[in-house]
Design a protein around this ligand. Structure first.
Ligand code: SAM
Ligand code: SF4
Length: 336
């Protein structure tokens, strides 16, 4: 599938729940914490149909996200089905990491990290903005840093193709921890990416006071480590730009949605929200109600395909975040 701007679509992010066991301020505003009613959330069968039809149209990579995907019941059996779909070559998950060392099944000691590996997951992205227990508690509303660190270690021990750590940059909150996060990622053998704060959930989050650009983070890193070497040919699935640190050769990624004007050029993604909206772009209000289509009794796969192609056709050239963007859906209900 290719849109009118030449974006080739091969990647679908599937949000399986809007629920979460944490309460990150930038993702779910405190004044708006109600969950979707069950019947509004797509069933796993419906999601698998979307993936199957998408795969026939060239989708080859899936990332399961949320909310916190591991809080939805039977997430593992859904995930294990993904790899059995013809055309799906890579499956990743984005998680806050808090549940990775928890028992995956009531009748076995196997933890989620191991069960995810067994279910065919290739890559795990774990959010980690701070290594300070108090700051973590404050930012996420939960005192779970130790569990997350144990989860990261468990994921690394499982030998996933990649374990990536994602840190959202926030001035005064974690700018003084950038070096520590780098050291931690190196010790754990994880690929670290720094992400610019986006006005996805509330526009207030993107205040002068909170925002820190990836360019500034790069400067801070260079101050300590020396000049970063750009790695234009090193790519993961997303829009991150990667650099290498001198001496150690450690790779660091930067996701600069707000300040990188080339950010959208190589976009290859669509997003399926857990209530069945197909979104062509994270930073645009465009969304199309696939649930209604899926739940119509006579709807054929050909109809679903046509729906997909129309959404691709509406994909904007670039996001609207720099254009007085007013959020209308919480990040937790989109799927990061
Ligand atoms: N619960 C999982 C997690 O925390 O990784 C998956 C869902 S979460 C919405 C996915 C990613 O979106 C996380 O890395 C989170 O830090 C990021 N995120 C949420 N709100 C954001 C915002 N306003 N700006 C930038 N990144 C954000
Ligand atoms: Fe939950 Fe992830 Fe959003 Fe934090 S960023 S509230 S962990 S979904």
């Amino acid at each position: 599938m290719e849109d009118r701007y030449g974006h080739r679509i091969s990647y679908l992010r599937v949000s399986i729940t809007d629920r979460c066991n944490e309460r990150c301020h930038y993702c779910m505003p405190t004044e708006d914490q109600q969950w979707l009613p069950r019947e509004e959330v797509l069933s796993y069968e419906e999601m698998l149909r979307v993936v199957r039809v998408g795969a026939e149209l060239g989708i080859s990579k899936i990332r399961v996200t949320g909310g916190e995907p591991l809080t939805r019941k039977n997430a593992l059996s859904f995930i294990s089905e993904l790899k059995t779909i013809d055309g799906i070559e890579e499956v990743g998950i984005s998680t806050n990491g808090t549940l990775l060392t928890r028992r995956a099944y009531p009748d076995s000691d196997q933890h989620y990290a191991s069960a995810l590996r067994q279910a065919g997951v290739d890559t795990v992205n774990i959010s980690l903005d701070t290594l300070d227990r108090e700051a973590y508690h404050k930012a996420t509303g939960r005192d779970l840093l130790d569990q997350v660190v144990a989860g990261i270690q468990a994921a690394v021990a499982e030998g996933f193709d990649k374990v990536k750590l994602n840190a959202v940059l926030m001035r005064h909150r974690n700018e003084h921890e950038i070096w520590d996060l780098i050291e931690f990622a190196r010790e754990q053998g994880c690929l670290l990416r720094f992400i610019e704060l986006m006005p996805v959930s509330t526009s207030e989050v993107l205040s002068e006071e909170n925002f820190m650009s990836t360019g500034e983070a790069r400067k801070l890193i260079e101050f300590k480590y020396g000049a970063l070497q750009p790695l234009p040919d090193f790519k993961t699935n997303g829009p991150a730009s990667y650099y290498e640190l001198p001496d150690t050769g450690q790779r660091i990624g930067f996701i600069g949605a707000m300040t990188n004007f080339h950010f959208c050029e190589t976009c290859n993604k669509l997003r399926l929200t857990c209530d069945g909206k197909l979104r062509p772009c994270l930073g645009s209000h465009l969304e199309f109600d696939m649930r209604q289509v899926l739940r119509e009794p006579d709807m054929t796969d050909e109809d679903v395909k046509r729906f997909f192609l129309n959404v691709v056709d509406s994909k904007p050239e670039q996001h609207d975040f720099r254009d007085q963007y007013q959020p209308n859906r919480r990040m937790i209900a989109i799927g990061g």
